[in-house]
Ligand binder design. Structure first.
Ligand SMILES: Cc1ncc(COP(=O)(O)O)c(C=O)c1O
Length: 334
């Protein structure tokens, strides 16, 4: 282990920076937080909401972000869509046009429903509201497809380590635009642990505000080397292929896709259990026969849906192997 105020750590931090900036498609710093994603999701609210935040919601994580905003003592409003239905950019425009808001939260990839929101179209709307901070959770889409922070005009973009980066949980990466950082400096009650100004001050010395999970830095260094060896475009293509394989299998087996047509995620697939199979039994069989798990539906969708992840280190080979095992266990059920 090395000390987090040592020269060795500063070198490690500085070495990762350009590689992380390349993945964020930004010239801005990429900060490292020793917290899971929620730390930065709450932090973004505490740093950037002066007036009122509009929380776009169409799944479990986006619903909860609204609750987190209220618990942080901020004025907040929910812009809700049914689970499985994308956020409508024109509805966002209508709300922001009231002039009531100075921040917006959006979850790009709703992991609970396997839905990807139309980030590009929403970013287009946000261009007309430069006074509204655009806060985007890319927890389960980061490194699955190109998400260009600078080009999209995002103010805060955050990702967790345990999703497509396929690293242990407990750390988050995020970037903050110049205008958002300037705004944060004027917002009272930012606290200390997630104060963006502290992250920036320490970043200038290649350090983090408090003792970081240094193990994650080593893991990130290895992961970034793997991403570079594979090639970023090949990585994106692999995720598209994985998704295609799973979606075809779902349809071939007579299940449906839960999200609205055209909005299915490239990171994971959420299937509707239209065949009414006993999902819990199916997963139990998969676990006991092949020491492997899929998810049996998130929260209120338990049993009505099931989710298959195909992000991170998964390949068409590993995905096909899993689907083969699912077929064997499905045959046992009937
Ligand atoms: C889209 C999304 N946002 C936020 C979170 C919260 O992440 P964490 O529990 O790691 O803080 C998750 C967790 O699965 C998620 O999928």
């Amino acid at each position: 282990m090395i000390g987090h105020r040592s020269k060795s750590f500063q070198e490690l931090y500085a070495d990762l920076q350009p590689k992380l900036q390349a993945l964020f498609y930004t010239k801005r710093p990429v900060y490292f937080s020793t917290s899971s994603a929620w730390g930065i999701m709450e932090g973004a609210i505490r740093n950037l909401v002066n007036k009122k935040v509009l929380c776009c919601a169409n799944g479990a994580f986006s619903d909860k972000w609204y609750d987190v905003a209220l618990r942080s003592g901020k004025a907040a409003e929910l812009l809700a869509f049914p689970w499985g239905t994308p956020v409508d950019p024109e509805a966002v425009r209508r709300k922001l046009a009231t002039g009531d808001f100075d921040a917006l939260t959006l979850i790009h990839n709703e992991t609970s429903t396997g839905l990807m929101n139309p980030l590009w179209e929403i970013a287009e709307v946000m261009r007309d509201f430069p006074g509204v901070s655009f806060i985007v959770d890319t927890v389960s889409s980061f490194s699955v497809l190109k998400i260009p922070f600078d080009e999209l005009g995002i103010d805060v973009m955050l990702a967790g380590t345990q999703k497509a980066l396929a690293l242990p949980p407990g750390a988050a990466l995020f970037s903050v635009s110049e205008r958002a950082l300037a705004k944060a400096a004027t917002v009272p009650g930012r606290g200390y642990y997630f104060d963006f100004i502290e992250f920036q001050k320490n970043h200038e010395k290649n350090m983090t505000p408090s003792t970081p999970s240094i193990g994650h830095f080593y893991a990130l260094r290895q992961k970034l080397a793997e991403i570079s060896a594979e090639g970023i475009e090949a990585r994106y293509a692999r995720h598209r292929e994985n998704a295609q394989i799973v979606r075809s299998w779902i349809k071939d087996r007579g299940f449906g896709l839960f999200p609205k047509e055209g909005f299915a995620s490239l990171s994971l697939t959420c299937a509707s259990n239209t065949r009414k199979v006993d999902v819990a039994k199916w997963i139990q069989s998969l676990r006991s026969r092949f020491q492997c798990v899929i998810d049996g539906g998130y929260g209120k969708l338990k049993g009505e849906t099931f989710r298959i992840s195909h992000m991170g280190d998964e390949t068409p080979q590993t995905v096909r192997q899993l689907l083969g095992w699912l077929d064997e266990c499905l045959a046992d059920l009937s």
